[in-house]
Ligand binder design. Structure first.
Ligand code: GDP
Length: 195
């Protein structure tokens, strides 16, 4: 698919707002500033489709997009805000847990990791949550263009080592650059191939 028939569907702040799980779904999670909006925009071929949902006031929202006529693409807002008030974070975590553990049509989560930084403690938290929710997840490395080839392998090995400890992790990484377009077709093919 080329993403040209993607659209924003709705932002959800509570479980009763979730759309019916009548089609396959994939979700995207990542630290704020990891490049998630850019990746979703590249995937869907629509600049500005994934609005910058990275202000603390919007951390509780789960954003649903349609993808082709057969999938939902779900944008889980960035985690790891140093400044968000604790009650906001707790409310968001409750919603996230309930979403992940109760969504039968969720086929795969994509956890975004910055190729410059590798897996951080907050990434481990979301991976553990995915393990306990039995949601298969695959790591998508972002901003690959910012790292020189010789430095990249070291980070990739760190990521692979971390993933080996997570039962829900899919072993294969996807290396992407939203800026250059690298890996976008691969990621589309992975999504289209899920069943
Ligand atoms: P989000 O907070 O995870 O949604 O991150 P954004 O998509 O808003 O990206 C954060 C910053 O990283 C922005 O300045 C983007 O332009 C930049 N960025 C995102 N993806 C890439 C990429 O593939 N390559 C480069 N060089 N910069 C990127």
């Amino acid at each position: 698919f080329d993403g040209s028939n993607s659209d924003f569907l709705k932002g959800v702040v509570a479980m009763d707002g979730l759309p019916a799980g009548d089609r396959m779904e994939v979700c995207f999670a990542g630290r704020s500033n990891v490049g998630k909006s850019s990746l979703i925009n590249a995937l869907t071929n629509r600049k500005g489709l994934a609005r910058a949902s990275n202000t603390p006031g919007r951390t509780q929202e789960i954003n649903f997009f349609t993808l082709m006529d057969s999938h939902y693409l779900v944008d889980l807002p960035g985690y790891g805000y140093a400044n968000a008030p604790i009650p906001v974070v707790e409310k968001w975590q409750r919603l996230l847990k309930r979403y992940l553990s109760g969504r039968a049509n969720l086929r795969r989560a994509f956890v975004l990791i910055d190729t410059r930084h590798g897996v951080k403690a907050v990434d481990e938290e979301i991976m553990s949550l995915l393990d306990s929710s039995a949601v298969t997840f695959q790591v998508v490395m972002t901003k690959a263009d910012k790292v020189k080839d010789k430095d990249r392998e070291k980070t990739l090995n760190q990521v692979r080592e971390k993933l080996s400890k997570h039962p829900a992790a899919y072993p294969e990484l996807v290396l992407t650059s939203s800026e250059k377009g690298d890996g976008i077709a691969t990621l589309r093919a992975i999504i289209a191939g899920l069943d």
